[in-house]
Design a protein around this ligand. Structure first.
Ligand SMILES: NC(=O)C1=CN([C@@H]2O[C@H](COP(=O)(O)OP(=O)(O)OC[C@H]3O[C@@H](n4cnc5c(N)ncnc54)[C@H](O)[C@@H]3O)[C@@H](O)[C@H]2O)C=CC1
Ligand code: BAL
Length: 506
């Protein structure tokens, strides 16, 4: 159930679990199916691991249901606090390995990105440890002299969680730690192309003292393991992060099975609006990191930048220069090189998808590809330099608002920059999207800033920053970007249902 993975850049030898984690044990899948993990920096195989079948999903549900009934529903918030806190100390001990696994599996630059993910996981594990006895209270509601009511916040019991590949261990932790703090047992499916860090972390939950069956990790394919989780009648809640298309399928499966509660965190096409009165250099820095961090594979990436006409040319000049100097593959095409700030995209599928979108291979009547102006701030690596999925930071201008580049989520290091004249036009352009996840505004005018925050149709608005997250602040989307919120108090509350108790003293 373990394989050895060597990471020579850190002189690290990892004893990697490769089984399904059910009842605190790593086991083979019932049908013996496996998945290969590929290193996107090299396009070479790392290892393979077991993939859960429908039967395995059922075994995990049985394990989680039994654990909930016999043990976990009887634990106190204080016990859950202690277990989560202990978990945080183990994650801290294993920080290097967890970050290194995400670096080789997802192509994350180790120094500037993968380590930051684990720092965030540490913050949120401590935060949710402290939340276990704070966001789980009901309330008392006085009715009349003889009657009152109170509410109990009750966990769902068994919840399923499906996470994507852009922040493998961090996205899992956003969901797991909150659900556990609220008192649920969980079955979590990592993305099939980035399962290693979560499998490694599974053993830390056991070491921390979580009883068997409380945490189950089922790697597997979306249309097998994911579908079986979405349709299972004994799972009461599902939380999903990934594409809007699959988010729709999760909702559909819930409707066709048992109306399980659904939280969705889906795609985005987040605008950044740069007013002429802002600090232009700071706006350049924030919007560049807001699109090129994690190679643009962020649901909140500011992939559309609208700049007020008076500073449009100046912004573009400074933006191109800053990106070419700061956002780089590094000379070694190695995510462990401290110079590397732009890693490869996660897979060959994503590489080809982004290539097709940016080379007008999927154009509609609304596109104007012959007029697009495209700047790449560096070259693709040659075959001898790297066989990895590196895509140069790419800046488009002269793109119509209705164009696919402007409307569709690209999920790569690709940004479109366009001019606007006045506030009303800016807000209209910014809101012209099916998505509504995040937004950013750059201005020194306090009225403009807060007007924008009021008018923008998005779950997050950054004033004079971008893609700035904090585990205490709720996160989620308007429109087709999702349903519900994660992180902050919402990260626990979303895993609780309310029971009303009516008391009659007559
Ligand atoms: N909002 C976000 O953070 C993310 C957005 N995306 C968007 O989706 C595009 C495609 O990426 P994909 O890997 O195809 O995302 P995806 O939505 O297919 O994958 C996300 C997760 O859902 C699972 N899944 C896939 N099909 C499923 C199904 N039928 N039922 C249940 N679970 C299923 C996958 O195994 C994975 O764990 C990206 O280019 C990007 O635009 C992708 C990943 C994360
Ligand atoms: N930064 C975590 C959520 C996302 O952007 O995909």
């Amino acid at each position: 159930m373990y394989k050895s993975i060597e990471i020579p850049q850190l002189e690290l030898k990892v004893k990697q679990p490769v089984g399904l984690f059910i009842n605190n044990e790593f086991v083979k899948s019932s049908d013996g199916e496996t998945i290969e993990s590929i290193n996107p920096s090299t396009n070479k195989r790392i290892t393979s691991f077991y993939a859960a079948s429908e039967e395995d999903v059922d075994s995990a549900v049985q394990a989680a249901s039994a654990a909930y009934r016999k043990v976990w529903s009887k634990t106190s918030p204080a016990d859950r606090n202690k277990l989560l806190y202990k978990l945080s100390t183990l994650i801290e001990r294993e920080k290097t390995t967890l970050a290194a696994l995400d670096a080789i599996d997802a192509g994350k630059p180790y120094h500037s990105n993968a380590l930051q993910d684990i720092e965030q996981v540490l913050d949120l594990t401590r935060y949710f440890a402290g939340s276990a006895d704070k966001y789980t209270h009901g309330e008392v509601i006085p009715l009349n002299d003889e009657k009152y009511a109170y509410t109990i916040k009750a966990p769902f019991g068994v919840v399923a969680q499906i996470v994507p590949w852009n922040y493998p261990f961090a996205m899992a932790s956003w969901k797991m730690q909150g659900a556990l703090a609220a008192g649920n047992c969980i079955i979590i499916k990592p993305a099939d192309n980035t399962s290693l860090s979560l499998l490694y972390a599974a053993q830390l939950f056991k070491e921390a003292g979580f009883p068997p069956g409380v945490v189950n990790v089922l790697p597997g394919l979306g249309n097998v393991t994911g579908t079986a989780l979405c349709k299972h009648p004994r799972i009461s809640k599902i939380s999903f992060t990934g594409s809007t298309a699959v988010g729709g399928k999760v909702l559909e499966s819930s409707g066709q099975s048992n109306l399980k509660d659904v939280t969705l965190e889906c795609g985005g096409k987040s605008p950044a609006v740069v007013f002429a009165d802002c600090d232009l250099d700071k706006a350049v820095e924030w919007t560049a990191s807001g699109i090129f961090y994690n190679s643009g594979q962020n649901c909140t990436a500011n992939s559309r930048i609208y700049v007020q006409e008076a500073v449009y040319d100046d912004f573009l000049k400074r933006f191109r220069k800053h990106v070419s100097e700061t956002w780089t593959f590094g000379s070694k095409f190695d995510v462990f090189d401290p110079e590397c700030t732009v890693g490869p995209v996660v897979s060959e599928t994503q590489f080809k998808r982004i290539h097709a979108m940016t080379n007008a291979e999927q154009c509609t009547d609304d596109d104007n590809p012959s007029e697009w102006v495209k700047t790449q701030t560096c070259e693709y690596p040659t075959e001898s330099q790297s066989k990895g999925f590196f895509i140069p930071p790419t800046i488009f201008t002269n793109v119509k608002q209705s164009s696919s580049l402007m409307q569709n989520e690209i999920f790569g290091p690709v940004v479109v920059v366009a001019p606007f004249k006045e506030y009303d036009e800016a807000i209209e352009l910014a809101n012209d999207s099916d998505y509504g996840l995040a937004s950013a505004v750059f201005t020194k005018n306090i009225t403009t800033a807060h007007r924008f925050a009021r008018d923008i149709q998005a779950g997050t608005c950054w004033i004079n920053s971008s893609n700035d997250e904090d585990v205490t602040v709720p996160f989620g989307g308007y429109k087709m970007s999702g349903i519900g919120r994660e992180l902050g108090a919402a990260g626990v509350e979303t895993y609780l249902q309310t029971k009303a108790v009516h008391v009659n003293l007559e």
